[in-house]
Design a protein around this ligand. Structure first.
Ligand code: PFF
Length: 476
């Protein structure tokens, strides 16, 4: 391949704009839906502590590595890796992993939009309920007044059984994602992040305070921070490692792409640390928001993926102000999901612009449209195609529906592969003085980073990859 990639010429208007956009990319459904679900299922404290270790020893060095590649490359992920490779005297073929990342981001956004569509529907239901509460003169009543627990739970099943409803929500969410990405880096993505992220933090703090006042914060803190090390099985460690990658948006070239819009070298190490801290802080705050509410009503923290859609709406019913805060809760998840989905769609979009010379509207329409179509297959897997098993020939995905197959394949195969290539490339191939001058780390931090990225990351990620693909190794 020849080095023909053109720079897109776009950029962040300031360092803080980049940080907001990158934190927006990292903070998403992974923090507010998946992290509490996994922590709940895995017994709390030991999982949380191990997870934090993964973020700082493994995730943070990878965040800095991706940003480094983008910062030097100044174009889409494939072109950026190629440029760093050429400048470092390495083979330009390393750029293939940027392509794998772009495909992974494209596949992830297809089902991410479907799940965000569920959230959109629940935001609508709760918003309508809150409106009725206002009309009835009792705006601070609990949510979904008059519905039985069965009726509340049934809503999820009814939604899954309705392809039209799922499609409409998926369409609306993907349409919004496309609209923002098509407008460009500064007038679309950056603008969305600068409005939405402050709103997100206000909502999050408001809901944590609400949970602390109305819920059982003591039990939640004990649950999240008291480690029972016997619960830290190899499977739990594996899911914590995988979750750290997903939550920090690693392995899909997302931070390479966002990093390519940085115009000056200013404290890339500190910036990366801020992203990792903010993402982890939000995941823990999400736990501190959700579990007090779950425990206040004596519900099961280990409900799994339905925690947010069945357990919480019921909990909001029994709490004063539940109609209002239930509505705000789903708006909060929606905001987090939008700032992540735009970063996912941006990866293949930037590839189309940089490598194919397409215009931004064309590139985002092609990939947004394609992801929309794959998402339709995912949502049909909940009803008319419920028996379809796309990778049914593979024992790992034997009983896995369409959405979970796309999720599982990207999460278990593509994401760890992307992270493995990143760590090998930056740890062993990238020119040391280029690394040093671009990151501006102190000699001690630089040495630590090089050690973690060259040795610990490849080893840990290989373990995730192998044990993820062959769970029998862990005795599962
Ligand atoms: N980090 C996002 C989340 O936790 O929901 C998901 C994600 C976004 C993954 C962007 C990858 C990415 F490039």
């Amino acid at each position: 391949m020849v080095a023909t990639s053109q720079t897109t010429g776009e950029g962040w208007s300031s360092r803080s704009a980049f940080i907001l956009a990158a934190v927006g990319a990292a903070v998403g459904l992974g923090n507010i839906w998946r992290f509490p679900t996994l922590a709940g299922e895995s017994g709390g404290g030991a999982f949380v502590i191990f997870y934090i270790g993964c973020v700082f020893l493994l995730g943070l060095p990878l965040v800095l590595s991706e940003i480094f590649v983008g910062r030097v490359g100044q174009t889409d992920a494939v072109g950026s890796i190629r440029k760093v490779a050429v400048q470092s005297g390495a083979s330009p073929s390393w750029s293939i992993f940027g392509g794998i990342g772009a495909i992974a981001a494209f596949l992830i956004v297809s089902f991410y939009s479907v799940v965000a569509g569920w959230v959109l529907y629940y935001a609508g239901v709760m918003g309508w309920d809150f409106l009725q509460a206002i009309m009835s003169g009792d705006p601070f009543r609990g949510a979904l007044a008059g519905e039985s627990q069965e009726q509340i739970q049934q809503r999820l099943g009814d939604m899954f059984a309705s392809p039209g409803l799922l499609l409409a929500m998926h369409f609306a969410f993907m349409g919004l994602t496309f609209y923002i990405v098509a407008r460009g880096v500064s007038s679309g993505i950056e603008k969305a992040a600068t409005y939405l992220m402050p709103a997100f933090f206000v909502l999050l703090l408001g809901l944590v305070i609400y949970g602390a006042i109305e819920g059982d914060i003591g039990d939640a803190v004990a649950f999240l921070f008291t480690p029972d090390w016997s619960k830290l099985t190899p499977q739990v460690m594996n899911s914590a490692l995988g979750q750290a990658l997903f939550s920090l948006s690693l392995g899909v070239a997302g931070l390479i792409t966002y990093g390519s819009y940085i115009k000056e070298n200013s404290g890339l190490g500190a910036t990366s640390a801020m992203i990792a801290f903010a993402d982890t802080g939000v995941a823990i705050l999400a736990g501190l928001m959700i579990f007090p509410i779950v425990f206040a009503v004596g519900l099961d923290p280990a409900a799994g993926p339905t925690l947010v859609f069945q357990t919480l709406p019921f909990a909001f019913q029994t709490m004063p102000g539940g109609a209002l805060f239930g509505f705000l809760f789903f708006i909060l998840i929606l905001v987090a999901a939008v700032t992540s989905s735009i970063s996912l769609l941006e990866v293949p979009t930037a590839w189309g612009i940089g490598e194919r010379g397409w215009s931004r509207p064309k590139s985002s329409a092609i990939f947004g449209g394609g992801a929309f179509l794959i998402g339709i297959a995912c949502l049909l897997g909940y009803n008319v195609w419920a028996d379809v098993r796309p990778l049914g020939f593979w024992s790992l995905f034997e009983n896995t529906d369409i959405l979970d197959t796309v999720d599982g394949f990207t999460g278990k195969v593509m994401l760890p592969l992307g992270a493995l290539f990143t760590s090998l490339f930056v740890g062993w191939k990238a020119d040391a003085s280029l690394l040093r001058t671009t990151t501006g780390l102190s000699p001690a931090m630089f040495g630590l980073w090089r050690f973690l990225i060259a040795w610990l990351c490849p080893l840990a990620v290989t373990i995730i990859l192998v044990t993820g693909l062959f769970p029998s190794i862990l005795g599962a």
